[in-house]
Design a protein around this ligand. Structure first.
Ligand SMILES: [Cu+2]
Length: 347
């Protein structure tokens, strides 16, 4: 049960502007809210008036109370809505003020729980939701970066940064953005985050397969056992039968027969497939002279033959083209120059 006091009054058409002016009737009623909030049993106030102010304007002020005593106490001690309205009697149609005290059979108002919900939502749920979304997006983006080739990461990062700036600018200059735009943005970010996590799970599952294919050798460089019937990791090109191939794991080179630190024989002009079956970054760098040029990561097209790309991500593959005079050459991984070595015999 709820108790409702309704005050009705008609404002004379020509005096409505005066009633709406500074310090006048409507402003006083609005200011009265603050006083009402301090009254025991107060539930809410609603001030409405005729939507189409042609002719006299009907003003309706409804206050809601938890019980009859609360409403009665309020009604008998000024200021009240009725006393405020009566103070501006010169703006009103004579004898138009009516005060009704009613009881409502509706279920108790949900305003109180809603107020709690709104306050919680503003103070806790929204920042927590934004934070969770941000973490999701950052994690998702990081997984996407890991999957992409290095040359894509910089443009993508720049694009993401510009997007963040652009979106922030848009929201800063449009204070009343429609909800569907906020919802749409949240949905896009959510999908981005989920995509990244999905990519990460997909990647992990492939890493498991690769571990089966390439078991990490012990320090004594015992050869990994090839598993019959295993398929090549995603992104690797199966070599033509008998074609030379360089496989890489963490942290070894292997030939097609899974011999580690292998000696690989090729004809000059051959393009070899290079498959990274490990999870770390590796490459193949052949020393043309007696030492490795530069000493850092080789460059495709540099002085020494270098795998293309010069940084092969875990699970990815590349190629290396050997155009060298006949002879025996050392090769290594620039990232693990001590553990990952092999010899190349060019015919
Ligand atoms: Cu390496």
């Amino acid at each position: 049960m709820e108790y409702v006091q309704t005050v009705l009054a008609s404002i004379v058409a020509t005096k409505f502007d005066a009633a709406a002016g500074h310090g006048s009737l409507l402003a006083e009623l609005d200011a009265h809210r603050g006083y009402l909030e301090t009254q025991p049993g107060f539930r809410g106030i609603q001030i409405t008036r005729s939507a189409n102010p042609e002719g006299d304007v009907l003003l309706v002020v409804v206050t809601r109370w938890a019980n009859n005593n609360a409403m009665a106490d309020y009604s008998t001690h000024e200021p009240t809505v009725a006393s405020i309205v009566n103070r501006f009697g010169d703006l009103l149609v004579p004898n138009s003020v009516q005060v009704h005290r009613m009881e409502s059979d509706q279920a108790p108002s949900r305003d109180a729980p809603n107020q709690v919900y709104d306050r919680l939502a503003l103070a806790v749920l929204i920042p927590a939701g934004v934070l969770a979304l941000a973490v999701l997006v950052i994690f998702g983006l990081s997984r996407i970066y890991l999957v992409l080739p290095g040359s894509w990461a910089t443009p993508l990062a720049a694009g993401a940064a510009l997007s963040v700036l652009g979106i922030a600018w848009y929201f800063a200059t449009h204070p009343h953005v429609p909800r569907w735009q906020i919802g749409g943005l949240a949905a896009v970010l959510f999908v981005l985050g989920i995509t990244g996590i999905a990519a990460s799970i997909y990647d992990d599952q492939h890493a498991e397969k690769k571990k089966v294919v390439a078991t990490k050798p012990t320090a004594s460089a015992s050869a990994p056992t090839p598993v019959a019937g295993t398929t090549p990791a995603a992104g690797t090109t199966p070599p033509a039968a008998g074609a030379p191939i360089i496989n890489m794991g963490d942290l070894y080179f292997a030939d097609a027969d899974a011999n580690t630190s292998p000696t690989i024989t090729v004809k000059s002009g051959t393009e070899l497939a290079v498959n990274n079956q490990g999870t770390a970054l590796h490459n193949v760098h052949v020393a043309k002279g007696s030492s490795y040029a530069g000493g850092t990561v080789c460059k495709a097209g540099g002085e020494d033959p270098c795998s293309k790309p010069a940084q092969i991500l875990g699970g990815a593959s590349g190629t290396i083209t050997i155009n060298l005079p006949a002879g025996t050459y050392d090769f290594r991984c620039d990232f693990h120059p001590d553990q990952m070595t092999g010899k190349l015999v060019v015919q």
